[in-house]
Design a binder for this molecule. Sequence first.
Ligand code: FES
Length: 105
Amino acid sequence: MDNVADWKRVAAASEIVEGAPLLVVVDSDDIALFRVKNDIFATDDLCTHAEASLVEGDQEGYIITCPRHGGQFDIRNGAPKHFPVFSPIRTYPVRIEGDDVYIEV
Ligand code: FES
């Protein structure tokens, strides 16, 4: 059984459009929300290379390309996929209930 206190509602699912990631602030952390078809993914917004905002990058499927130097991450697990990023971004478990999106923080 989940600890309810660990899950926070962060957005309406209908606000999150594939290819247009949504920035939300949770406990003063910037979190990026991504849609791929019916799935929603949550990651830290700041690129691990030089802290550009990933929601301003280009999303293609599960890959987000950083707007500053073109580094890429897999939004499913935060794994770095393309130079010059070598460190993963943090990802967060997501739960969708109706139109409400919760992440575990
Ligand atoms: Fe993201 Fe450099 S800041 S690749």
